[in-house]
Design a protein. Structure first.
Length: 348
């Protein structure tokens, strides 16, 4: 067993252990954990102990997860959009391929909490083969996004095998991995892993940090190893009530990400997933945060605030309105709120 696997093995997975470390009501925790999986590894537990609420809320089961009557089990209609099990094909040129059903921590707000870390998500040799077959016979798919769960919870040789099989399909130009491991279990990102991944370029990684306190020396080292292997790094942050739903926190997060060579990519409005309503903010919250970020923060550190449309409509950007009207002139407001105009003409 490698050292990251040993750390993962010491994770809290039962309500009793959780109460011993962080207190709380074991009866409530047990009810939630019976429905949705619980895993907090020693690395993230330590971060929770040091930083409190914004990290605690992401990881510790909350009885409100069971009270959510309005939420949808599969808000993005991923099951309907899966031509074969564990492969979601929603856009013309890219597909999401779920290759691992486990994560280094089970986030309470997870969009796929209906199945991630449960027997409801079965990944087998057969589902993988069916996925490879679909990708081979669908050459308009030029980019494959490996996700799960977390693909970096596979061991190096398994991941290398999957990447190798994808690289045998000539129509696949780009591989992208979605992983929260640099944030939740950064010691998983070993020098060997980075050296292996480097063989499969063009390879991109989108990670997932939600709070500036998650950017630790360990997380910095993980991202440095990946960036040094030539892997462009992005971040998909989720806007979460009580975690990062204020402009100053988000500003610090985005700045710190850029400084560890992670380019903020998306800031997501929380999906309508059942069991997550206590995390959801109003649209204006995100738009106002964006209004603060744009102009105050390096453009390279400004993510796109996006909503993943319920029912599988895809991601749509939610940009603060700057344009007031567009006729003979474009009438707009600057980031500082000053009215401005621009003549709207093209001379031949
Ligand atoms: C988010 C998503 C993608 C990738 O979308 P980008 O805008 O390219 O990041 C692809 N497929 C599915 C099913 C998705 O949910
Ligand atoms: S790491 Fe991603 S897939 Fe895993 S529980 Fe968290 S949000 Fe869900």
């Amino acid at each position: 067993m490698t050292s990251w696997q040993k750390i993962l093995k010491k994770s809290i997975t039962s309500p009793e252990e959780l109460v011993r470390h962080l207190g709380g009501n074991s009866h409530d925790l047990a009810r939630v954990a019976a429905r949705y999986p619980l895993r907090i590894n020693p690395y993230y537990l330590d971060l929770i102990k040091k930083n409190g609420k914004p990290l605690y809320r992401q990881a510790v089961p909350d009885p409100r997860e069971l009270d959510d009557a309005d939420g949808m089990t599969d808000p993005l209609a991923e099951e309907r959009l899966s031509p074969v099990a564990n492969l979601v094909h929603k856009y013309p040129d890219r597909a999401l391929f779920l290759v691992c059903n486990k994560c280094a921590m089970y986030c309470r707000f997870c969009t796929r909490k209906r199945k991630v870390g449960t027997p409801g998500m079965r990944i087998t040799e057969q589902t993988l083969e069916a996925g490879f077959n679909y990708l081979r016979k669908t050459p308009r798919i030029r980019e494959v996004l490996l996700s799960g769960g977390d693909p970096l919870l596979l061991n190096d040789s398994r991941l290398e095998y999957i990447l190798g099989r994808l690289r045998e399909i000539p129509s696949i130009e780009v591989v992208r991995i979605g992983t929260r491991v640099p944030c939740t279990l950064p010691m998983r990102v070993t020098g060997e892993l980075a050296a292996m991944l480097k063989k499969f370029h063009p390879l991109y990684i989108n990670t997932h940090f939600n709070h500036p306190a998650e950017i630790t020396p360990e997380a910095t080292l993980a991202c440095t190893r990946l960036a040094d292997a030539g892997i462009p790094l992005g971040c998909q942050t989720v806007l979460l009530k009580g975690v990062n739903d204020d402009a100053r926190t988000m500003y610090r997060l985005m700045r710190k990400l850029l400084a560890i060579r992670v380019k903020p990519y998306y800031l997501f409005q929380a999906d309508l997933t059942r069991g997550t309503s206590h995390f959801r903010t109003r649209i204006e919250t995100g738009v106002n945060i964006m209004r603060y970020l744009i102009g105050n923060l390096s453009g390279m550190a400004v993510p796109t605030f996006a909503l993943d449309a319920p029912g599988g409509g895809g991601k749509i950007p939610l940009t603060p309105p700057y344009v007031n009207s567009c006729g003979k002139t474009l009438e707009f407001t600057t980031w500082q709120g000053t009215p401005c105009s621009y003549p709207n003409q093209s001379k031949n």
